[in-house]
Ligand binder design. Sequence first.
Ligand code: ATP
Ligand code: MG
Length: 196
Amino acid sequence: MKKIGIMGGTFDPIHVGHLMIAEAVWDEYKLEKVLFIPSANPPHKHDVMTSARHRFNMTLLATCSNPHFEVSSIEMDRTGPSYTIDTIKALKKIYGDDTDFYFIIGADCIHELPSWHKIDELLKICKFIATKRPSYKLDLSIIAKEFSDYNIQLLETPELEISSTDIRQRIKKGYSIQYITTEQVQQYIRKEELYL
Ligand code: ATP
Ligand code: MG
Protein backbone atom coordinates (compact mmCIF):
# COMPACT_ATOMS: atom_id res chain seq x y z
CA MET A 1 0.00 0.00 0.00
CA LYS A 2 1.15 3.50 -0.84
CA LYS A 3 0.58 6.13 1.86
CA ILE A 4 -0.10 9.74 1.02
CA GLY A 5 -0.70 12.59 3.49
CA ILE A 6 -3.22 15.32 2.79
CA MET A 7 -2.69 18.74 4.35
CA GLY A 8 -5.80 20.78 3.66
CA GLY A 9 -6.19 24.40 4.63
CA THR A 10 -6.84 27.91 3.48
CA PHE A 11 -3.12 28.73 3.87
CA ASP A 12 -3.82 32.46 4.06
CA PRO A 13 -0.81 32.52 4.38
CA ILE A 14 0.95 29.17 4.93
CA HIS A 15 3.28 29.19 7.98
CA VAL A 16 5.79 27.00 9.82
CA GLY A 17 3.02 25.48 11.96
CA HIS A 18 1.58 23.86 8.83
CA LEU A 19 4.99 22.75 7.57
CA MET A 20 6.04 21.32 10.93
CA ILE A 21 2.96 19.14 11.46
CA ALA A 22 3.02 17.90 7.85
CA GLU A 23 6.67 16.86 8.26
CA ALA A 24 5.94 15.18 11.62
CA VAL A 25 3.10 13.10 10.15
CA TRP A 26 5.19 12.24 7.07
CA ASP A 27 7.95 11.00 9.36
CA GLU A 28 5.83 9.06 11.85
CA TYR A 29 3.62 7.32 9.30
CA LYS A 30 6.37 6.77 6.71
CA LEU A 31 4.34 8.53 4.04
CA GLU A 32 5.46 8.70 0.46
CA LYS A 33 4.58 12.38 0.32
CA VAL A 34 2.28 15.04 1.68
CA LEU A 35 -0.07 16.85 -0.69
CA PHE A 36 -0.86 20.40 0.36
CA ILE A 37 -4.31 21.27 -0.94
CA PRO A 38 -5.32 24.93 -0.70
CA SER A 39 -9.06 25.11 -0.31
CA ALA A 40 -11.01 27.19 -2.82
CA ASN A 41 -14.39 27.57 -1.09
CA PRO A 42 -14.09 26.07 2.39
CA PRO A 43 -17.57 25.27 3.75
CA HIS A 44 -16.51 26.20 7.31
CA LYS A 45 -14.85 29.54 6.59
CA HIS A 46 -16.88 32.60 5.88
CA ASP A 47 -14.26 35.37 6.10
CA VAL A 48 -13.07 37.03 2.95
CA MET A 49 -9.91 35.31 1.83
CA THR A 50 -6.94 36.17 -0.30
CA SER A 51 -7.35 34.92 -3.87
CA ALA A 52 -6.79 31.22 -4.47
CA ARG A 53 -3.96 32.08 -6.87
CA HIS A 54 -1.96 33.92 -4.18
CA ARG A 55 -2.60 31.22 -1.58
CA PHE A 56 -1.55 28.53 -4.05
CA ASN A 57 1.62 30.43 -5.00
CA MET A 58 2.63 30.95 -1.37
CA THR A 59 2.00 27.27 -0.59
CA LEU A 60 4.20 26.33 -3.54
CA LEU A 61 6.99 28.68 -2.41
CA ALA A 62 6.90 27.32 1.15
CA THR A 63 7.01 23.65 0.14
CA CYS A 64 9.13 23.49 -3.03
CA SER A 65 12.43 22.85 -1.23
CA ASN A 66 11.02 19.70 0.38
CA PRO A 67 11.14 16.72 -2.04
CA HIS A 68 8.27 14.90 -0.27
CA PHE A 69 5.94 17.92 -0.19
CA GLU A 70 3.69 18.64 -3.18
CA VAL A 71 0.95 21.19 -3.84
CA SER A 72 -2.29 20.23 -5.55
CA SER A 73 -4.74 22.59 -7.22
CA ILE A 74 -7.45 19.91 -7.19
CA GLU A 75 -9.85 21.96 -5.05
CA MET A 76 -9.14 25.22 -6.82
CA ASP A 77 -9.91 23.57 -10.15
CA ARG A 78 -13.41 22.62 -8.97
CA THR A 79 -16.37 24.95 -8.57
CA GLY A 80 -18.73 24.89 -5.61
CA PRO A 81 -17.85 24.16 -1.97
CA SER A 82 -14.54 22.37 -1.36
CA TYR A 83 -15.78 19.16 0.26
CA THR A 84 -13.01 16.84 1.38
CA ILE A 85 -15.05 13.77 0.41
CA ASP A 86 -15.01 14.93 -3.25
CA THR A 87 -11.28 15.58 -3.07
CA ILE A 88 -10.44 12.16 -1.61
CA LYS A 89 -12.66 10.41 -4.17
CA ALA A 90 -10.94 12.29 -7.00
CA LEU A 91 -7.51 11.43 -5.57
CA LYS A 92 -8.49 7.76 -5.31
CA LYS A 93 -9.25 7.80 -9.03
CA ILE A 94 -5.86 9.34 -9.75
CA TYR A 95 -3.75 7.19 -7.40
CA GLY A 96 -5.69 3.91 -7.56
CA ASP A 97 -6.97 1.60 -4.85
CA ASP A 98 -3.56 0.66 -3.50
CA THR A 99 -3.15 4.07 -1.83
CA ASP A 100 -4.14 4.99 1.73
CA PHE A 101 -4.83 8.65 2.44
CA TYR A 102 -3.91 10.29 5.75
CA PHE A 103 -5.71 13.57 6.29
CA ILE A 104 -3.78 15.83 8.68
CA ILE A 105 -5.96 17.98 10.91
CA GLY A 106 -5.20 20.39 13.75
CA ALA A 107 -6.87 20.25 17.15
CA ASP A 108 -8.99 23.34 16.44
CA CYS A 109 -10.80 21.58 13.57
CA ILE A 110 -11.51 18.27 15.30
CA HIS A 111 -14.75 19.38 16.92
CA GLU A 112 -16.09 20.40 13.48
CA LEU A 113 -15.51 16.98 11.98
CA PRO A 114 -18.97 15.56 12.80
CA SER A 115 -20.52 18.31 10.67
CA TRP A 116 -18.34 17.66 7.62
CA HIS A 117 -20.16 16.67 4.43
CA LYS A 118 -20.63 12.89 4.26
CA ILE A 119 -18.30 12.43 7.23
CA ASP A 120 -19.22 8.78 7.78
CA GLU A 121 -18.32 7.88 4.22
CA LEU A 122 -15.18 10.01 4.41
CA LEU A 123 -13.95 8.23 7.54
CA LYS A 124 -14.26 4.91 5.75
CA ILE A 125 -12.02 5.91 2.86
CA CYS A 126 -9.50 8.14 4.63
CA LYS A 127 -7.55 8.06 7.89
CA PHE A 128 -7.38 11.20 10.00
CA ILE A 129 -4.28 12.19 11.91
CA ALA A 130 -5.04 14.80 14.55
CA THR A 131 -2.29 17.03 15.88
CA LYS A 132 -2.29 19.25 18.95
CA ARG A 133 -2.41 23.00 18.78
CA PRO A 134 -1.79 25.50 21.61
CA SER A 135 -4.92 27.12 23.08
CA TYR A 136 -7.04 24.22 21.78
CA LYS A 137 -7.07 21.66 24.53
CA LEU A 138 -7.44 18.19 23.13
CA ASP A 139 -8.74 15.93 25.84
CA LEU A 140 -7.66 12.62 24.42
CA SER A 141 -10.24 10.62 26.35
CA ILE A 142 -13.14 12.75 25.13
CA ILE A 143 -11.90 12.54 21.56
CA ALA A 144 -11.38 8.81 21.80
CA LYS A 145 -14.91 8.40 23.17
CA GLU A 146 -16.59 10.69 20.66
CA PHE A 147 -14.75 9.26 17.71
CA SER A 148 -14.45 5.68 18.82
CA ASP A 149 -15.93 4.41 15.57
CA TYR A 150 -13.91 6.78 13.51
CA ASN A 151 -10.65 6.34 11.76
CA ILE A 152 -8.80 8.99 13.80
CA GLN A 153 -5.38 8.78 15.40
CA LEU A 154 -3.63 11.38 17.48
CA LEU A 155 -0.02 12.29 16.95
CA GLU A 156 2.06 14.19 19.49
CA THR A 157 4.06 16.96 17.83
CA PRO A 158 5.78 20.09 19.07
CA GLU A 159 3.18 22.80 19.54
CA LEU A 160 3.59 26.17 17.87
CA GLU A 161 1.46 29.13 18.87
CA ILE A 162 1.21 30.31 15.27
CA SER A 163 -1.78 31.08 13.06
CA SER A 164 -2.46 32.72 9.71
CA THR A 165 -4.81 35.08 11.54
CA ASP A 166 -1.92 36.25 13.72
CA ILE A 167 0.31 36.72 10.66
CA ARG A 168 -2.36 38.83 8.92
CA GLN A 169 -2.77 40.97 12.05
CA ARG A 170 0.98 41.42 12.47
CA ILE A 171 1.36 42.64 8.89
CA LYS A 172 -1.51 45.09 9.33
CA LYS A 173 0.17 46.49 12.44
CA GLY A 174 3.57 46.66 10.74
CA TYR A 175 5.17 43.92 12.85
CA SER A 176 7.72 41.44 11.59
CA ILE A 177 6.65 37.94 10.51
CA GLN A 178 10.25 36.72 10.26
CA TYR A 179 10.61 33.04 11.34
CA ILE A 180 6.81 32.54 11.45
CA THR A 181 6.70 31.74 7.76
CA THR A 182 9.42 31.12 5.20
CA GLU A 183 11.64 33.79 3.66
CA GLN A 184 10.16 33.24 0.19
CA VAL A 185 6.61 33.58 1.47
CA GLN A 186 7.57 36.82 3.23
CA GLN A 187 9.05 38.15 0.00
CA TYR A 188 5.92 37.18 -1.93
CA ILE A 189 3.66 38.91 0.61
CA ARG A 190 5.79 42.07 0.35
CA LYS A 191 5.89 42.01 -3.45
CA GLU A 192 2.15 41.44 -3.83
CA GLU A 193 1.34 43.84 -0.96
CA LEU A 194 -0.92 41.30 0.76
CA TYR A 195 -2.65 41.75 4.12
CA LEU A 196 -1.93 45.48 4.37
P1 ATP B 1 -6.52 30.93 10.18
O1 ATP B 1 -6.00 31.64 11.39
O2 ATP B 1 -6.76 31.81 8.99
O3 ATP B 1 -7.69 30.00 10.47
P2 ATP B 1 -4.67 28.73 10.43
O4 ATP B 1 -3.35 29.11 10.98
O5 ATP B 1 -5.66 28.09 11.36
O6 ATP B 1 -5.32 29.97 9.69
P3 ATP B 1 -5.54 27.00 8.33
O7 ATP B 1 -5.18 27.14 6.89
O8 ATP B 1 -6.89 27.40 8.78
O9 ATP B 1 -4.42 27.78 9.18
O10 ATP B 1 -5.26 25.50 8.84
C1 ATP B 1 -5.03 24.41 8.02
C2 ATP B 1 -4.78 23.20 8.91
O11 ATP B 1 -3.58 23.37 9.67
C3 ATP B 1 -5.88 22.95 9.96
O12 ATP B 1 -6.06 21.55 10.12
C4 ATP B 1 -5.30 23.55 11.23
O13 ATP B 1 -5.82 22.94 12.38
C5 ATP B 1 -3.83 23.24 11.06
N1 ATP B 1 -2.94 24.19 11.76
C6 ATP B 1 -2.77 25.48 11.45
N2 ATP B 1 -1.87 26.06 12.29
C7 ATP B 1 -1.49 25.10 13.16
C8 ATP B 1 -0.57 25.07 14.29
N3 ATP B 1 0.08 26.17 14.68
N4 ATP B 1 -0.43 23.90 14.94
C9 ATP B 1 -1.12 22.80 14.56
N5 ATP B 1 -1.97 22.75 13.51
C10 ATP B 1 -2.17 23.89 12.81
MG1 MG C 1 -7.70 27.91 10.82
